[in-house]
Design a binder for this molecule. Structure first.
Ligand SMILES: [Ca+2]
Ligand SMILES: [Ca+2]
Ligand SMILES: [Ca+2]
Length: 256
């Protein structure tokens, strides 16, 4: 290998390492990072995940309550918080709830988003509040938009658009701001009290909460230096391969 080629390779590798380091900035670790992103229209809160979530923080296999895991997308636009949750239930009539508080059984005074609860909104969303174990009510002033769909495989999709600060203190609505981390508890139920057809009770098991960062920053972009470094590396490889190829064909010619 020529000295110049070696130097170029070294430079390229250095650039690559620097670029990769930029992709993973050191920051406070929250379970769910609600990056700053483009607003989602109310009409796209329809219980189907589309490209409206492409600039969200996306997670797979997140443990939820009382059992199972979910795929989750979260972002904010400075005015609203957006959450999408996909899980597989054991019936086609579950309810799903996000409690905007630390882990607890319907913590008194906590704000909530409830989906598909037969007592509140059988196939839809209610802005709600919790009043302690077993007590949940719909806010007098409904804020935000939500949707729930359940397919033939009991795959449940929930989408929520909720004001970061609606000003509705009676409905216990969150008053959140960007740059801060908060707790959320995600739960589901299929064995009664607003659900049916399954055996999962949200009371069972130890409840766990997730931390959620309302990030003022957008999701880090693919750095231009990384693209440049990759292009240079490809070019060098191509040149080396071409040289080797020429040498080989020359040798073959000599053996004839
Ligand atoms: Ca949607
Ligand atoms: Ca509320
Ligand atoms: Ca409200």
């Amino acid at each position: 290998m020529k000295k110049q080629t070696f130097l170029l390779l070294t430079l390229t590798l250095t650039l690559l390492v620097a670029a990769v380091a930029r992709v993973n900035p050191v920051q406070a670790q929250a379970d769910l990072n609600a990056y700053s992103g483009t607003p989602i229209e109310d009409s796209q809160i329809d219980g189907a995940i589309g490209t409206e979530w492409s600039d969200a923080g996306s997670y797979t296999g997140v443990a939820i309550n009382p059992q199972g895991t979910a795929d989750i997308h979260v972002k904010n636009d400075g005015e609203n918080l957006y959450i999408a949750i996909q899980l597989t239930a054991d019936s086609n009539n579950p309810w799903v709830a996000v409690m905007f508080a630390d882990a607890g059984h319907m913590t008194a005074g906590a704000d909530g988003a409830v989906f598909g609860n037969d007592d509140l909104s059988a196939n839809g969303y209610k802005d709600a509040f919790f009043g302690g174990a077993g007590i949940v009510g719909a806010d007098t002033t409904q804020n935000g938009t939500g949707a729930i769909t359940v397919d033939s495989q009991n795959r449940v999709t929930v989408e929520l658009k909720k004001p970061l600060n609606s000003g509705d203190s009676r409905g216990r609505d969150i008053a959140w701001s960007t740059g801060n981390t908060y707790s959320v508890t995600i739960m589901w139920d299929t064995n009664g009290a607003g659900s049916s057809g399954g055996s999962v009770n949200h009371y069972n098991g130890a409840l766990t909460a997730k931390t959620l960062l309302v990030n003022a920053e957008a999701i880090p972009e693919f750095p231009p230096t990384l693209i440049l470094a990759a292009l240079v590396a490809t070019l060098i490889s191509a040149v080396i391969l071409k040289k080797r190829g020429l040498t080989r064909s020359h040798q073959v010619f000599q053996y004839r």
